[in-house]
Design a protein around this ligand. Sequence first.
Ligand SMILES: [Zn+2]
Length: 216
Amino acid sequence: MQTLTSTVFDLFPPAPRAKTIMAAGVAAWLPFARAAAIGWMPLIVLNVSGRRFQTWRNTLDRYPDTLLGSSEKEFFYNEDTKEYFFDRDPDVFRSVLNFYRTGKLHYPRYECISSYDEELAFFGIVPEIIGDCCYEEYKDRKRENAERLMDDQEDNKDANTFCRKKKKKNSTLHGTSNSSVKNILSFHQLKWLYMNWGLKLIRPYMPNLPWEEITN
Ligand SMILES: [Zn+2]
């Protein structure tokens, strides 16, 4: 489970192999683990569309200009569940939360670029801080997407122009505009009505005519 794994890794990161690394690693996390254990550092639960992530409050406080690092996140606090609830994409949120933990923002290759940007924007994180390891990929995907959108717009424009031209051509071929077609139809209908009424009027005076053939 995401919650448990995150919590366990926050409190007890994997044991480093070398003694020197261990000393540095322990120095980094042990004070936090102790503080958390005695309740000095409150753990908070972030529920993102049903997936729960846990982190220390001060991990989020590192970036006060972002949504999670500021008091704005209190709008999303649920008193009943004691959780912060965000109706957002939990997959992208992994990258968001990792940014608070490590200070490095990564771009997962499998994520849709637009969706990723939207999530970052929601949490108030600027994509310019994406790490060197992912920045080129991010920029490439961004450019590809922009080009695709431009192509789509061009296609739509061409399609509209084609439709307009076709319509105009049809009107010219039939020697009339759309409104004239309507007028001509009305004229035919009117002619038929007049004939029908006229025939009905003279019918009693001319009983020898083949009325069925005329009216049909
Ligand atoms: Zn990266």
